[in-house]
Every structure is written in structure tokens, then in C-alpha cells.
Design a protein around this ligand. Structure first.
Ligand SMILES: NC(=O)c1ccc[n+]([C@@H]2O[C@H](COP(=O)([O-])OP(=O)(O)OC[C@H]3O[C@@H](n4cnc5c(N)ncnc54)[C@H](OP(=O)(O)O)[C@@H]3O)[C@@H](O)[C@H]2O)c1
Length: 324
């Protein structure tokens, strides 16, 4: 099969297309022919995009001296089941599925990926296109975890989404709006209309408008608002989606601040329950992933470069050639 291989950490050009043996589904696994895969800021970061202060050197320590899974990155995918490992009864060959590869296993930037049948995989609903299904979980799970679980958003609260039209922000605007929040989005000037279309009540340009607040919940997606805590109302919560080492330690050691304000910087939970909640939000009309640029597998290095920019619109999707 063809796969995008990242043999070393480095710039987008380290990613090349190679022919590699297709994975075999082990016991309890299904083999999925990938039709579309998401390419996220997380993939770019693992490959070698700049990481928030203090975290860059930790990546090889967490993932190993060389990128994992033989260098095939990629978490979110949509496709069809093409083979079953021993003992699988939940899916049949031919089923349309979507999901995320478990935790640090990755491997979705390839024509086939083997995943646990009882893990983070679901039948693909007709209401999602292949690109939408591939991009469904990354931003949506992150936004829902931070807003609903970590920051315990309540109806009527004032929310600020910093970075409102990327993968996480575009999901956060939709989910916050659905929960009855008053949503302010901070984006670049070219994305103000898009933020409003996604459901923001107010859209502001981060280059010219300071978005003073106060806000009950602030979701700082790119981690570029160092004084965000000062804009919280008493009892407010700050979700540091991209936290540097200092931010993570601060949230861990001293989450509660003056006036009952709280810092939240946990890694999100990727669980079947969290996935089911997001699907329910989609079915309720509250969430649809925003699709930005789409690339054929051969141009995946261009997608990495766009992810590195920190200014992508919504989700990037890699489209695979149709397989026999
Ligand atoms: N904690 C966790 O468990 C967890 C889970 C998943 C992801 N993450 C993190 O979340 C981040 C994901 O972001 P993403 O994929 O949504 O990013 P993205 O798609 O690249 O979007 C970045 C957003 O930031 C905005 N932005 C850029 N410069 C800004 C500035 N100076 N001030 C305010 N906004 C600015 C961009 O707006 P314009 O394009 O309009 O300039 C864009 O909306 C990554 O850092 C990832 O590591 C964390």
C-alpha cells in the first residue's frame, strides 16, 4: 500500500510517499481501507512543527527517537472495512466506518490501517461526507472536552474562543452556541464572516481588537493570549488548549486563582463515550466539522506546511485514491 512516511522529525519535506506492506488485522482488529484522513496540528507537531515553549524536546521522549508506527502519522480517518481479525463480530467487510487510531498509534496517513474493533471506531452516518467523517473527531472532541467537561460551560455564559476558525475553534463556536452561550470569536480579519457563520455572536480581529471581556469561559486554542486570565469574570474558567510547560504546570499546581477563577489544561479524553457524545451533538444539528483544504496523498507535505502555519481554516483532509 502507499503511505506517507515521516522517517525523521523535521520540516514538511521529511514526509515522503512510499510503498510499504499493508498491516494485518490482529485478533479483535479490523483492517480499514482509508478513503480520507485528517491532517491535524497534532500530526504536524509530532512531525516537527514548533511546539509551545519547553515542550519541543519532550516529543522524541514521548514518541521515541524516530516517529512512531514506522513514521506513518495520522489519527482521524473514514473508510471501509476490508478484513476482519479473529473474533470480530461488531463490523462486517464493506461497512462504512470512521474513527481515530488509538492514542499514540496513529497510522491513518496510509491506504490501510488496522484498528481495534471495540475501540474508537463507529459506523459512518450518511449525514457526514468522507472528508467530514475523517475530520470529525480531532477538533470536536477537543472543543467538547474543554468547554463541557474541563470548563463546565453553563447556558447564558459569555465565551471567548481565541482562534475561532481553526479545527478546534470552529467546533468550539458551534458547541458553545448550542449550549446557549454568548460567543465571541477572535480570528484574523479574513475569517470574521466565517466565525459569524459558524455561530459567533461577535467576531473580532485579534490584530486590532483586544476583546477585553470579562468572559465566563475563555478557550485559548493557539495559546497566544498570555493575559487571558485577566479577562475572566469572577468564577471564570480559562481553557488552555495549547499550553506551554509553564501553563501546564500552573494549571496543575495552582488551578484555582483569585476570585474563584480556574485554569484548565488537561489532555483531552479520547473515549467511545466522548465520541458518542459528539455524534449526538452532530445529530442534534449542533456540530459539523469545518473542512478547509483537501490534498491528495502525494501532496501531503503541502498539507503539513499549511498545518504548520497556525492559520489554517478548519480541518485539512488527505484524500486517498479509490482502492479496488
Ligand atoms: N490539550 C489537548 O488535549 C489538545 C488536544 C487537541 C489539540 N490541542 C492543541 O490545540 C491546538 C489546535 O489548534 P487547531 O488545530 O484548531 O489550530 P489551527 O487550525 O491551526 O487554528 C489556529 C487558530 O489560531 C488563530 N490564530 C493565529 N494567530 C493568532 C493570534 N495571534 N491570536 C489569536 N488567534 C490566532 C488562527 O486564526 P487565523 O487563521 O484567522 O489567523 C486560527 O483560527 C494545537 O496547538 C494542539 O496541540 C490540544
Amino acid at each position: 500500500m502507499k503511505a506517507a512516511i515521516c522517517r525523521h522529525y523535521g520540516p514538511p519535506s521529511v514526509v515522503t510517499i512510499a510503498d510499504v506492506p499493508a498491516p494485518e488485522p490482529g485478533p479483535g482488529e479490523v483492517l480499514v481501507a482509508v478513503q480520507a484522513a485528517g491532517l491535524t496540528s497534532g500530526d504536524a507537531r509530532i512531525r516537527g512543527a514548533p511546539a509551545p515553549g519547553g515542550l519541543g524536546p519532550l516529543i522524541p521522549r514521548v514518541f521515541g527517537l524516530r516517529p512512531p508506527r514506522g513514521g506513518v502519522l495520522g489519527g482521524g480517518y473514514s473508510g471501509r472495512v476490508v478484513a476482519l481479525g479473529a473474533g470480530v463480530t461488531r463490523f462486517a467487510v464493506g461497512d462504512a466506518v470512521f474513527g481515530i487510531t488509538d492514542g499514540m498509534r496513529m497510522g491513518a496517513h496510509a491506504e490501510q490501517v488496522a484498528v481495534k474493533a471495540d475501540g474508537l471506531i463507529l459506523p459512518r452516518p450518511d449525514s457526514l461526507s468522507l472528508p467530514e467523517a475523517a475530520a470529525f473527531f480531532f477538533g470536536g472532541l477537543t472543543a467538547a472536552d474543554f468547554l463541557l467537561d474541563q470548563c463546565a460551560l453553563q447556558p447564558g455564559e459569555r465565551v471567548l474562543v481565541v482562534g475561532g476558525t481553526g479545527a478546534v475553534g470552529s467546533a468550539a463556536i458551534q458547541i458553545a452556541r448550542h449550549h446557549g452561550a454568548h460567543v465571541t470569536a477572535l480570528t484574523g480579519a479574513g475569517n470574521l464572516d466565517l466565525a459569524r457563520e459558524l455561530g459567533a455572536d461577535v467576531a473580532l480581529d485579534y490584530r486590532t481588537d483586544p476583546a477585553r471581556g470579562p468572559f465566563d469561559v475563555i478557550l485559548d486554542v493557539p495559546g497566544l493570549m498570555p493575559d487571558a486570565a485577566a479577562r475572566l469574570a469572577p468564577g471564570g474558567r480559562l481553557g488552555l488548549v495549547t499550553a506551554d510547560l509553564a501553563g501546564m504546570l500552573g494549571a496543575m499546581l495552582r488551578p484555582r486563582r483569585a476570585g474563584g477563577r480556574r485554569l484548565c489544561a488537561n489532555v483531552i479524553k479520547e473515549t467511545p463515550q466522548a465520541m458518542a457524545r459528539l455524534v449526538a451533538l452532530h445529530e442534534a444539528g449542533a456540530y459539523r466539522p469545518l473542512i478547509g483544504a483537501q490534498f491528495p496523498l502525494k501532496d501531503i507535505a503541502q498539507a503539513h506546511a499549511q498545518a504548520d502555519s497556525g492559520h489554517k481554516r478548519g480541518n485539512l483532509v488527505i484524500e486517498m485514491e479509490p482502492q479496488p
